[in-house]
Write a protein that binds this ligand. Sequence first.
Ligand code: ADP
Length: 218
Amino acid sequence: MKKEFAVIGLGRLGGSIVQELVALGASVMAIDIDSEKVDEFAQIATQAVVADTTDESVLRSLGIRNFEHVVVAIGENIQASILTTLILKEIGVPRITVKAQNDHHEKVLLKIGADQVVHPERDMGRRMANNMLSNNILDYLELSDEYSIVEVQANRELVGHTLIDLDIRAQYGINIVAIKRDNHLLVSPQAIERIKDGDILVVIGSDLDIHHFEKEIL
Ligand code: ADP
């Protein structure tokens, strides 16, 4: 069965989520209080509806509890974002993802039961700063305050060696979870896999261990 999603707030983030979900074949209800925004998505979303989601009866009449996953991408209006999230939670939506404007907003959202809180500007800023600081780190994904996944370009020190030779897990406490090679992804590479020129290593570990690995070996 096709997954059913609803996206509330069709600004830059919400709009982009709707477009991507539809492109990936999902069924999406797009909701905004602003009818111009809704018109923009009338041809794109499975359904596009004008609604004020701070009104519980309106949300109920949309059958919002039948959606498996609802995204609240209301930006500036923090009060509307919190109230909407609270109502969704009370109605019993199984999974709620909310965009936070700042750390206080995030704290409140988690407290009232949002399953996932995203902070697009802060997260992207951290990602960019990490990419900018290191010439070897190609991409960076923060898993928690302590752990990340990074993509690093294999350099001369590594090329030609097998993973078992390098003994990276024991030496640095990090794991190579995949290797990107010639446009394909080798997931969970075997210990006997030999690193080739041009390989990109996808590494998981604590920020400290990754930093150590990067300084020592890259
Ligand atoms: P972004 O920073 O992602 O572009 P915006 O703040 O520009 O986010 O967009 C948020 C959207 O949420 C706007 O289109 C706005 O009309 C919508 N919105 C604000 N309040 C409500 C509400 N109570 N119900 C539904 N949509 C709302």
